[in-house]
Design a protein around this ligand. Structure first.
Ligand code: ZN
Length: 414
């Protein structure tokens, strides 16, 4: 490992040592670079598969690595409830526990508290809630979110933020942003107390999160708030929560306008193939999303022509691979007809093979994106991808959910 002098949390201005921009696209805001963490380098733009419970569902770490993945994400909310901080500390950190030898980014737990937990109460101190597993009472504060992630051994740490849904009123959006900013100052304070004496190259990175709801001016304000704080990177939160795509694009642009350009930018919770190309064009360096792996387990597989439902009857006797252009272990070994059969029969191998393909597909797109930016052909390649790729429309998706419910009933598993 190269010993690099990663400076104390980055202060506005010069290029931080842990993030190197190798090339920028002359037309869009796309850029290609390297993010250096204490557990290895991440090629950016990067897609981070989600390992909610210290596992990318159905895959081994070797399979995740082989897909072209440099870094994975794990969820603090799930890990704090089970297996719990004590187990992860005793294991020597999440990487050793799950046998993943690369960097791990953890979220703060806030998103799941606001979406999964029961009887949630938010105060200035933090948020209390009941576990969705057993109803036990828990508390998360800006300080405890930092302590938990340091205890897990996370390499990129996210501060606790307050979220409001799409369609919530203006006053609620403004109040959540203000509280997110106050909580961020407390998170930075705690991080400095705990990590102030640690050699720069050995400590995790601390990102800030820009919120601001669905008002472009507020988005810019929240992003600008991060500029003057000592942080290693910027995340954009609170998007892809049900708003129309054009609203998301407008909010993303407004956020990126306000963020310091020299720090890595991470768009949270976004990761469909078309959103990755568009997000990179908007200036995003990092993405995470359950989408590619979650839809894979329903038989929705990516191809250069768009997402296909491999459970559809047209694949029953399709003995070629689901994606002719794909070099993943699924496509080079198994036919679409076999996948069709496995999904219809609800065989466990279906989930693995589907996940492998979608993850390979996404990481191949990320590699194409990075190469295109470096070669100066990003805009042409993005247009070629978007012209050809057909995202599943909502009607097809609803039909597929219906069919899967039927299949579950048939197989007697749900
Ligand atoms: Zn494949």
């Amino acid at each position: 490992m190269i010993e690099r002098d990663i400076a104390a949390p980055h202060v506005r201005g010069e290029q931080p040592h842990h993030f190197e921009i190798l090339a920028t696209d002359p037309v869009t805001r796309a850029r290609v670079g390297i993010l250096r963490t204490r557990r290895g380098e991440v090629r950016t733009p990067a897609f981070m598969p989600v390992g909610t419970q210290a596992s990318v569902k159905s895959l081994t770490p070797d399979e995740v690595r082989a897909s072209g993945t440099d870094i994975i994400l794990a969820n603090t909310y799930h890990l704090m409830l089970r297996p719990g901080l004590a187990v992860l500390e005793a294991a020597g950190g999440i990487q050793r526990f799950m046998a993943w030898d690369g960097p791990v980014l953890t979220d703060s737990g806030g998103f799941q508290v606001f979406s999964l937990a029961q009887r949630r109460e938010v105060s200035e101190e933090g948020v209390t809630f009941r576990s969705h597993l057993d109803g036990s009472r828990w508390e998360l504060t800006p300080e405890s979110a930092i302590d938990l992630q340091l205890g897990f051994g996370s390499d990129i740490i996210m501060p606790l933020d307050e979220l409001v849904g799409y369609g919530s009123d203006d006053a609620a959006q403004a109040a959540a942003m203000e509280r997110t900013h106050r909580w961020l100052r407390r998170a930075i304070q705690r991080f400095a107390e705990r990590q102030g004496d640690v050699a720069p190259a050995s400590r995790p990175l601390l990102f800030g999160i820009a919120q601001g709801g669905f008002d472009p001016a507020r988005r810019r304000e929240s992003a600008s708030f991060l500029r003057d704080l000592p942080l290693d990177g910027s995340a954009i939160g609170g998007l892809s929560v049900g708003e129309p795509k054009e609203v998301m694009a407008e909010m993303l642009d407004a956020s990126i306008d306000g963020l310091p350009p020299e720090r890595p930018r991470y768009l949270m919770g976004v990761g469909s193939p078309e959103d990755l190309w568009r997000g990179v064009a908007a200036g995003v360096d990092m993405f995470d999303c359950v989408h590619p792996t979650r839809v894979a387990r329903r038989g929705a597989l990516f191809t250069p022509d768009g997402r296909v439902d491999v459970t559809a009857s047209r694949f029953r006797t399709h003995f070629g691979p689901v994606d002719e252009t794909c070099t993943c272990p699924t496509c080079t070994t198994f036919s679409a007809a076999y996948l069709h059969h496995l999904f219809r029969a609800r065989e466990l191998l279906a989930y693995r093979l589907g996940t492998i393909h979608n993850l390979w597909f996404i990481q191949r797109e990320m590699a194409r994106i990075r190469d295109a930016i470096a070669r100066g052909t990003f805009v042409e390649e993005m247009r070629a991808f978007l012209d050809r790729y057909r995202p599943a429309d909502s009607g097809a998706a609803a039909l597929q959910r219906q069919r899967n419910r039927g299949l579950r009933a048939e197989a007697g598993t749900g």
